[in-house]
Design a protein around this ligand. Structure first.
Ligand code: HAM
Length: 439
C-alpha cells in the first residue's frame, strides 16, 4: 500500500467523477440564474467565533478548528449561512433589496461517516435578504424544487417537508412552556424521528420531568400533515399572532400551488431543523422512498444578521448538498454518462506533417473547438483508435500525400465518410460540420 492515503471522509475527484459533479453544478447555477440570483464567494477559513453559539451545538461539535500561526482561533467553514450574513451585513446600506444571492462551495464537518454524509461536501446555498413576507419562502422553495426537477426528477422522486418554528413556539407556549423549555422541546422534536421516545431523555434530564399530557399534545402536533389538521389543532388557542400565522401558511401554500408545485410540498411538523438560528418557516427535502438522508434544508433566520452585530435584516434560504443528491440521481438512473471532451482528433502522418498540423490545431482551438492530437509519432491505425475513443466527431488527416496536394482529409467518425478540403478551408469546413451545415 502506498504511504499516503486521503483523510477519512475527504473525497478525490478523478476526471469522470468531476465531470458528473460539474454537470450538477452547471444545472444548479443555471437554475439560480433563471430565478434571478447573483453568485458570490467567501473564505474557506473563518474565525471560530463566527460559528460558536450561532450555528448550534451539533455543528459546533463537528468543527475542524485550530489555532493558526498568528494565534487566532479559526475553523474551516461548516456552512455558509453565518458568512453570507456577514457579507450582507457589511454592505447592507448599499445593496438593492431584495438581495437574492447564491453560491456553490465546499464545507467541512467532522461527522460520523455514513452513506450520503462525508467530512467535506459541497452545497448550493441560496438566500434572500430583506424580505419579511412569505414571498421569499415561495421563491426559495420553488427554486429548490427546480434544482431537482431540472435533472428530470419528479414529485414521485422527492418532496419538500414544510414546517414552522413560529407555530411550534406559539403552540408550546400555549401549553405552558417557557422559552428555555420550548427550545429543549424543539430539540427533542428534531430528534424524535431518529430516536423515538429516547428523544425526550435530554429534556427530562434538563427540566426534571415531562408532563404526560404535554407530551401527548406534542406527539399529536408532530403528526400534523395538512393545513386543515393544523387549523383544527390550533383552533382552541386564542391570539392574533396565531391567526396571522395561519394566513401566512395559506398564502405560502397558495403561491406554491399557483406555480404548479403543490405536489412537491407537504405540511409536516416533524421537521424543526437542528440549526440554532431558524425563526419561522423551515423545510427539508427528502427522497420519496425514504432511503436517503436529507437532500436539502433551510428556513427563515430573521435574527442572525442582527446577532452578528449588524442592523436587523430578515432572511431566508436553503442549502442542498451534492452527496445525497448524486446518490438520488444514481438511484433513478439520471446520472449523465461521462461526456467526452474532444470534438476533433488530428491524425498526423509524421514529423514533416506536424508543423502544418500545428498551425491549424492552434487556430481551431482559438475558434473554440476541442482539439486533440498525438504528442508523439504514432502509427495511423493507433491514431484512429485513439480518435474513436476520444469521442471526437471528426478526424482531420494530415498525411504526406494530402499535404503534397495542398489538402487535408476530413473523416466523419460516425459513418467513416471522407472528403478532402483545401488547406485554407479547413476551419470553414469544420465550422460547417459542427453547425449542422454542408457536411
Ligand atoms: P444543513 O441542513 O446542515 O443546513 O445542510 C444542508 C444540506 O447539506 C443537507 O440537507 C445535506 O444535503 C448537506 N449536508 C450537510 N452536512 C453534510 C455532510 N456532512 N455530508 C454531506 N452532505 C451534508 C445548512 O447547512 C444551512 N446553512 C442551510 C441554509 C442556507 N439555511 C439557510 N440558508
Amino acid at each position: 500500500m502506498a504511504q499516503f492515503q486521503s483523510l477519512p471522509g475527504f473525497r478525490e475527484f478523478y476526471p469522470d467523477a468531476l465531470a458528473r459533479r460539474n454537470h450538477i453544478f452547471r444545472l444548479w447555477r443555471q437554475t439560480a440564474n433563471t430565478f434571478g440570483f447573483q453568485e458570490y464567494d467567501a473564505p474557506v477559513l473563518e474565525p471560530l467565533e463566527l460559528y460558536k453559539t450561532k450555528s448550534g451545538d451539533e455543528i459546533e461539535a463537528q468543527l475542524f478548528s485550530f489555532t493558526d500561526k498568528g494565534g487566532r482561533e479559526v475553523a474551516l467553514r461548516p456552512e455558509m449561512t453565518p458568512t453570507v450574513c456577514r457579507l450582507v451585513g457589511e454592505k447592507a446600506n448599499s445593496l438593492k433589496r431584495p438581495i437574492k444571492w447564491f453560491s456553490i462551495a465546499e464545507f467541512y464537518r467532522y461527522e460520523r461517516m455514513q452513506k450520503g454524509r462525508g467530512r467535506c461536501f459541497f452545497q448550493l446555498n441560496a438566500d434572500i435578504f430583506g424580505e419579511p413576507g412569505v414571498e421569499a419562502e415561495t421563491e426559495l422553495i420553488a427554486m429548490l424544487v427546480q434544482c431537482f426537477a431540472g435533472f428530470g426528477l419528479t414529485a414521485e422522486d422527492f418532496y419538500v417537508r414544510l414546517s414552522d418554528r413560529n407555530l411550534w413556539f406559539y403552540y408550546l407556549e400555549a401549553l405552558g412552556l417557557d422559552e428555555v423549555r420550548v427550545r429543549g422541546m424543539l430539540s427533542a422534536v428534531d430528534r424524535f424521528e431518529k430516536l423515538g421516545d429516547d428523544a425526550f431523555k435530554d429534556y427530562v434530564t434538563q427540566f426534571g420531568a415531562l408532563d404526560e399530557g404535554v407530551k401527548a399534545k406534542v406527539l399529536a402536533f408532530l403528526q400534523i400533515k395538512s393545513l386543515a389538521a393544523l387549523e383544527t389543532a390550533v383552533s382552541g388557542i386564542p391570539g392574533d399572532k396565531l391567526t396571522a400565522r395561519l394566513a401566512d401558511w395559506r398564502k405560502l401554500l397558495g403561491n406554491l400551488a399557483a406555480m404548479g408545485l403543490g405536489g412537491f410540498v407537504e405540511v409536516d411538523f416533524g421537521v424543526v431543523r437542528g440549526l440554532a438560528y431558524y425563526t419561522g418557516f423551515v423545510f427539508e427535502a427528502f427522497d420519496r422512498k425514504g432511503e436517503l438522508r436529507a437532500l436539502a434544508g433551510g428556513g427563515r433566520y430573521d435574527s442572525l444578521v442582527g446577532k452578528l452585530g449588524y442592523g436587523e435584516m430578515p432572511a431566508v434560504g436553503f442549502g442542498v448538498g451534492d452527496m445525497t443528491f448524486a446518490l438520488l440521481l444514481e438511484q433513478r438512473g439520471l446520472t449523465p454518462a461521462f461526456v467526452p471532451t474532444t470534438d476533433i482528433y488530428v491524425v498526423i502522418g509524421g514529423e514533416a506533417e506536424r508543423a502544418a498540423a500545428f498551425g491549424d490545431i492552434f487556430a481551431l482551438r482559438a475558434a473554440g473547438f476541442r482539439v486533440d492530437y498525438p504528442l508523439k509519432d504514432l502509427a495511423f491505425g493507433k491514431q484512429f483508435k485513439v480518435a474513436a475513443e476520444s469521442g471526437a466527431k471528426l478526424a482531420l488527416i494530415y498525411g504526406g500525400d494530402e499535404l503534397a496536394k495542398g489538402v487535408v482529409k476530413i473523416r466523419v467518425l460516425g459513418d467513416r465518410s471522407e472528403h478532402e478540403v483545401p488547406r485554407d478551408q479547413v476551419a470553414a469546413a469544420v465550422r460547417d460540420f459542427f453547425s449542422g451545415g454542408a457536411e
